[in-house]
Design a protein around this ligand. Structure first.
Ligand code: SF4
Length: 328
């Protein structure tokens, strides 16, 4: 059983196993933090091209809890890579048991990722997942101790590789040799490793006790502002405006400036007079009007309330922004 991310390394690992005459099936974890808009980072296409069956497991609220409180901490941003790998391997182990797979393998490369792919950490991950000595990493196997699959003779160790480090040159060359062409995300794509997204997620965790997948979806849309207990999200284009209207929660207020090109703005949290004023001001700031006083309509289900508001200065806007432009 392969852990297939849809990226180059896991596709190569599968190909190496297939070339040894081993029957492979794959499992892919579709995370709410996947960068790829198709979901699953194209693992289905990769599986189809390699002609192997694929099981997609959607990781949801359970995974969110791990991201919120990782036992082994975060990497450079909000990426809890060690806990994440343990979580996925535990799920893969369960599924491998159900299907009767003889062993599990991954596309991990020794030393490629600073947090989760160092020799010592690989051992911790295996132990915590209850898979000590049982995970084969075909791309780096020659640099690691023989696994159960090699000892039992399921796999020929001499046909495995000894790739190490962050450069992907060897893998790209190997992909050409083995004719592995359709991999979607050569470097993998996880929003948790991006500073801008991580700031928004951190803010969400700090201000909301129960975070839902919908909250996470909203982090991917619009410009985000914090005003005390309020979160204000301003759409950046027509598609995002539509998405904000469709995904808002029942208690959110929506705002739209009148008589000018306007974004849709969402106001979450207590609907105090000052919070409503701020949301209206941010709406006008991001509208086509650059001066004067503007009428803004707003409301819960419909735009049935209104107020007139001035245009904020850029400094005032930056003070409210969750990810200040200067830190990007
Ligand atoms: S980069 Fe993201 S998906 Fe990959 S191990 Fe880290 S947290 Fe998990």
């Amino acid at each position: 059983m392969a852990l297939l991310s849809g990226g180059l390394d896991s596709a190569l690992a599968v190909k190496l196993m297939l070339d040894q005459g081993i029957d492979v099936e794959a499992v892919n974890f579709a995370s709410p933090f996947c960068l790829c808009r198709k979901g699953g980072c194209g693992a289905l296409e990769v599986a189809n091209n390699l002609n192997i069956p694929l099981k997609t497991i959607n990781v949801g609220e359970e995974y969110l809890r791990i991201v919120r409180k990782p036992r082994f901490g975060y990497g450079r941003n909000m990426n809890p890579c060690i806990d994440c790998r343990i979580f996925m391997l535990r799920k893969a182990k369960k599924y491998a048991r159900e299907t009767g797979a003889s062993f599990i393998f991954t596309g991990e490369v020794l030393g490629q990722r600073p947090m989760s792919q160092h020799g010592k950490t690989l051992g911790v991950i295996e132990k915590e997942a209850g898979l000590e000595g049982k995970i084969l990493r075909p791309l780096s196997a020659k640099l690691l101790s023989p696994t159960e699959a090699e000892k039992k003779g399921f796999v020929r160790r001499e046909a495995l590789l000894g790739i190490e480090g962050r450069s992907r040159k060897k893998q790209i060359r190997l992909a050409e040799e083995l004719k592995v062409t359709d991999y979607s995300c050569p470097g993998g794509g996880c929003l948790l490793t991006y500073r801008e997204f991580a700031s928004k997620l951190k803010d969400l965790f700090e201000h909301k006790k129960r975070v839902s997948l919908k909250d996470v979806q909203l982090l991917k849309v619009g410009r985000h502002f914090r005003f005390g207990k309020n979160k204000i999200i301003v759409g950046r284009n027509e598609a995002e405006n539509g998405l904000l209207l469709r995904t808002r929660m029942a208690n959110d207020y929506c705002f739209e400036a009148q008589g000018t090109g306007s974004p849709i703005t969402l106001l979450q949290g207590p609907k105090t007079r000052t919070a409503i004023k701020r949301a209206a001001e941010l709406t006008v700031y991001h509208s086509d009007r650059k001066q004067g006083v503007v009428l803004v309509k707003f409301g819960k289900g419909e735009f049935n309330k209104s107020l007139r508001t001035r245009i904020l200065s850029q400094e005032e806007v930056e003070r409210l922004r969750i990810v200040p432009l200067s830190t990007r």
